[in-house]
Design a protein around this ligand. Structure first.
Ligand SMILES: *Cc1c(COP(=O)(O)O)cnc(C)c1O
Length: 450
């Protein structure tokens, strides 16, 4: 392979980097081998190199690459959740080389790596202390491990939820080394159930979990967080609340007005609150922990916390995102792309859809494009039943099925992800930045060129 790479280099095929050339060579060699197996005898000649060149044009330099999210799901987990604010991108890039990470520039001595982020978290939420780790799943695992390892954790059956894939609350508690005590029933749990469980001196934490991706209606009951926190306080057992999305500012986030806020959870008396960095906070992947100081310090000094710490680029991006929240509610909602996208109304999006349809009709004659009303979603388990009415473009093709058209868009450069509906392949503009409209147009044109 090294010889082939050198030969390719001599032919000027390294513009997209050595790894892209290696992949193109490997794919072309596979084709040759398959031909040999079939009894044909293709020559290793100019045709081979033409094949490599053709592949180089379509083989991406990297498999993990940027894409356009036109699904209308603002926090799309499979497309990387919250789009970073430009300030976060710049902050991460700035520390890719050497950085002032665990060093105090004043003394030249050792510094704490997540110090700025911890202080911002505490000041923004009013909590005694804050801490950031790899993701919210890690944050909850750490909280339970540090507070209740080798002892018991109480969790109501109304909140024994699974949040995507293998992340199931009872299993997280067990993985943290704590014995789970389930109380109440699937639909109802009362304060007296908690009180009964708290008689057991082995109980070291009570867990409350935001149900996130579903809602319960009908014959249901749960004590309020404030009631539960009051009871836990009486028994001297910390109440840990896994909020999931974590709304940092304000009570009525447009598009997600029913999500509990971090401030409310703390004001209700929770001892520890955990939430994600890349959901409604609108930043990089991270798990944020805020709460009363001695408990947060106990979590900080747990050995597992060292194992689940954040990389310097993510810390920098998180610090920049939190700093934007520090500008105040209105400024933050204007500067953080995820929050901006949630707030866009149909009236904001329709003129953009009109404009895009006119351009498509002009430039992609074999495809029909029309403006349609859309229903977006918050995504990532936040406000699962809340619709976000917007506008978008429905594409349909004369000969391709909607599925075939959507597949071509996914394989375009940049990859374009849309939603298939009866009226066509729908590009919901709620999740498309204005700066992405030209690349989106280029992707559609390239996908349909032949
Ligand atoms: C999303 C979510 C998680 C997982 O958060 P990650 O940041 O993806 O690890 C945990 N708990 C709740 C309630 C959630 O909504």
């Amino acid at each position: 392979m090294n010889e082939l790479l050198d030969l390719g280099g001599a032919r000027g095929l390294l513009q997209r980097g050595r790894e892209a050339l290696r992949r193109a060579l490997a794919a072309e060699l596979d084709r040759l081998r398959a031909a040999w197996r079939d009894g044909r005898a293709p020559a290793f000649d100019e045709a081979f190199w033409h094949g490599v060149e053709r592949r180089l044009q379509v083989v991406p330099a990297l498999f993990l690459r940027g894409a356009i999210n036109a699904t209308g799901v603002v926090l799309h987990t499979n497309l990387g959740r919250a789009p970073w604010p430009p300030e976060a991108v710049a902050a991460a890039a700035a520390v890719a080389g050497a950085a002032v990470l665990e060093i105090d520039p004043a003394s030249g001595g050792r510094g704490r790596r997540e110090r700025a982020v911890s202080e911002l978290l505490a000041s923004l939420t009013g909590a005694g202390a804050g801490l950031a780790v790899n993701n919210n799943a890690a944050a909850l695992l750490l909280a339970v491990a540090a507070l209740a390892r080798g002892r018991s954790t109480v969790l109501a059956r109304t909140e024994m939820v699974e949040i995507g894939g293998s992340y199931r609350m009872p299993e997280v508690v067990r993985a943290a080394g704590s014995a789970l005590i389930g109380i109440g029933t699937t639909n109802r749990v009362h304060l007296r159930d908690f009180e009964e469980a708290l008689q057991n001196p082995d109980v070291a934490s009570v867990l409350r979990v935001h149900r996130s991706n579903f809602e319960q209606h009908g014959f249901v009951h749960e004590p309020s967080t404030a009631e539960l926190a009051g009871l836990c306080e009486e028994y001297g057992v910390p109440l840990v609340y896994d909020l999931g999305s974590g709304v940092l500012l304000g009570e009525d986030l447009p598009g997600a007005s029913e999500e509990p806020t971090v401030a409310k959870a703390l004001a209700d008396g929770c001892a520890v609150v955990t939430f994600s960095g890349d959901k409604l906070l609108g930043g990089p992947q991270a798990g944020l922990i805020v709460g009363v100081q001695p408990l947060v310090e106990r979590i900080r000094s747990d050995m597992l916390t060292r194992c689940l710490r954040l990389d310097k680029t993510l810390l920098a991006a998180l610090e920049a995102t939190l700093a934007l929240h520090g500008l105040g509610e209105e400024a933050a909602r204007a500067a953080i792309p995820a929050l901006q996208r949630l707030a866009w109304t149909e009236a904001d999006l329709r003129p953009r859809a009109d404009h895009l349809v006119a351009r498509l009709q002009e430039q992609v004659p074999n495809c029909r494009a029309e403006v349609v009303a859309t229903q977006g979603r918050v995504g990532s388990g936040a406000s699962p039943t809340q619709d976000l009415p917007g506008a978008g473009v429905a594409l349909s093709h004369a000969t391709l099925s909607h599925e075939e058209l959507a597949a071509r868009l996914r394989l375009a450069d940049p990859p374009l992800f849309a939603r298939i509906q009866d009226e066509g392949v729908v590009l919901d503009l709620r999740t498309v930045a204005e700066s992405e409209e030209e690349p989106l147009l280029a992707a559609v044109i390239a996908a349909l060129a032949d």
